[in-house]
Write a protein that binds this ligand. Sequence first.
Ligand SMILES: CCCCCCCCCCCCCC(=O)SCCNC(=O)CCNC(=O)[C@H](O)C(C)(C)COP(=O)(O)OP(=O)(O)OC[C@H]1O[C@@H](n2cnc3c(N)ncnc32)[C@H](O)[C@@H]1OP(=O)(O)O
Length: 227
Amino acid sequence: MSAPPTELMTTHTEATRPRGEELDHQRRAITALGHEMRALVDATVRTAAPAEVLHRVTDGVRRLTGQLTGRRRVRGEIPDVDEFPGGARMYSPVTGPGSPLAPPMQVTPEDDGIVGRCTLGIAHEGPPGYVHGGMSAMLLDELMGWACYRAGTPAMTVSLQMRYHRPVPVETPLRVFAHVTGTEDRKIFVAGSIGTDEDPSIALVTADGVFVSPDPARTRTLFPNTP
Ligand SMILES: CCCCCCCCCCCCCC(=O)SCCNC(=O)CCNC(=O)[C@H](O)C(C)(C)COP(=O)(O)OP(=O)(O)OC[C@H]1O[C@@H](n2cnc3c(N)ncnc32)[C@H](O)[C@@H]1OP(=O)(O)O
């Protein structure tokens, strides 16, 4: 197997990793910025402001972006504030409180599986008033990955079959559910569904996934920065 590309190499050491209060402080700051960024994304896709306002805001945002100076995370690098695999991922596009793209979905183990709760906005819209089908797949794929991890077998998706029964409304609290249905060597079979929090018994979307735990050598090649 070939060596990982140089940009995948570790750039931080255990010694520089924030801990305790410093870690909490950093995570709170990341979460606060993520929250404001999500508000900006929402305002951006809702606004009917005239062009001159949009140009003024564009200049302001460009100036703000320029303030995020210092070292930038490179591809494959695990942020110091994360616990990978299986813990906090501050910038995950699904669960990350620091990601402007994430709802973010809150994940808790429940019953015989794992539950995700989130509300999607019109930034995630497909048909007017309803969630984009790709977003539904993303929520389920992530949660099904968590179900594998919880079952003690961290794994990657090799197949995800989606069924869209009814449209998923935006601006409505959702309940996403995933559970492992079986295993066969390194393969894990997982089922998932999305309903509203108000009436979770009606499955709006269901999914069946096959996940595979990469063998140790493959894992080291794919994720050279994991401890
Ligand atoms: C630390 C570990 C990682 C954890 C990461 C957690 C991230 C969490 C984030 C959550 C993010 C959410 C999740 C995401 O978004 S994960 C991101 C999306 N997924 C990927 O990028 C995965 C891409 N695929 C691969 O890299 C390889 O396939 C891996 C590494 C997974 C396995 O390659 P490897 O060389 O090791 O395995 P194999 O090829 O010998 O196959 C093994 C077995 O599997 C069977 N098979 C293969 N394909 C299919 C298929 N389509 N249907 C049914 N079965 C299939 C195959 O026949 C064989 O079975 P058998 O013939 O022996 O019976």
